[in-house]
Write a protein that binds this ligand. Sequence first.
Ligand SMILES: [Zn+2]
Length: 361
Amino acid sequence: MSPRKAPERTIDRWGTTEIPPGTAREVKITLSETYFGVDSKIPVVIWRGEEPGPSVFVSAAVHGDEINGTGAIRQLIADKPFKVHRGALVLVPVVNRLGFERHERYLPDRRDLNRCFPGSASGSLAARLAHAVFREVVPRCDFGIDLHTAALRRTNFPNVRADMDDPKVAQLATAFGAELIVHGKGPVGSFRRAACKAGCPTIILEAGEVWKVEPTVLEYAIRGVTNVLSNLGMIDAPATPPAYHLVADKTRWVRASRGGFLRFHVAPGDIIERGDLIATNTSLTGKEFNTLKAPCDGIILGMTTIPTVAPGDPVCHLAYASDGSLSKAAKGHAAAGPETLHERTRGDLSTGLTVVPSDDL
Ligand SMILES: [Zn+2]
């Protein structure tokens, strides 16, 4: 007897739902069961063009508290800012429903879903959840974009993370049109790394904070998705180029050397030089303990949002390119007008931080 063949997963059929060319449908993926024994499902919206073309998934909230991407996908579904003519767009607003419902990054079993892909049907709760999503979405898609934010108590200047050694991933990352791309394969077990390995080139966007839908981050995510679909010829809309383009292959955390209360002198997205002041560490009454200086040239990729620090606490995350291409980015950065999305995003991300220019000290 020949082994039973697993059903082939194609873009035109999801379970019993058919998606003919030129239609849009919402389907549900069963993830797990609640403690009441009821199916726990997530919605997936598929927009299929009339003509053949690539299929692209956009997912969010793999970490349940990272909902900027959920807001962006909801906005896309509500506004329909473009029409998919070729191929298909697969929208997954929340992957980690169990974390999302608890406002938490992790699952109830305390595992990180984004270290459990591609998952397995007989593994832990997290492994089964990962498997349920992965097997339904990834085989049906040619490309993927997974939307994330910084972890708790931090914010990220929007940056795409991508394995730039893979030409298809590099094309996707460049097409997204983020100013900053951070090169790397991603952690073992992450959705994007497992999807890439399964033949579906995938990137992530890291932008903003947990528990928020930030207006410019949302705009940034939608601009990126639109740019990708435009580049792949799926929609008839022009791509919007970034203010500059920097591929960073190195990142480095600047950590507090002493405990205290920080005054920040930099904001997310700033380009700084070695020796620039990052923060002044003071007592609660303002007595200066020490200053933190940039150990190298770089762009502020991420920052803590909490000014209270103990020795070793992360203060800011610097990205830089080992080929020294930062100066070109700095020119584009300086030329970006105040109305550009780049500058508006920088402005928005810094409103939650008290930033004192170092020359005002
Ligand atoms: Zn995340």
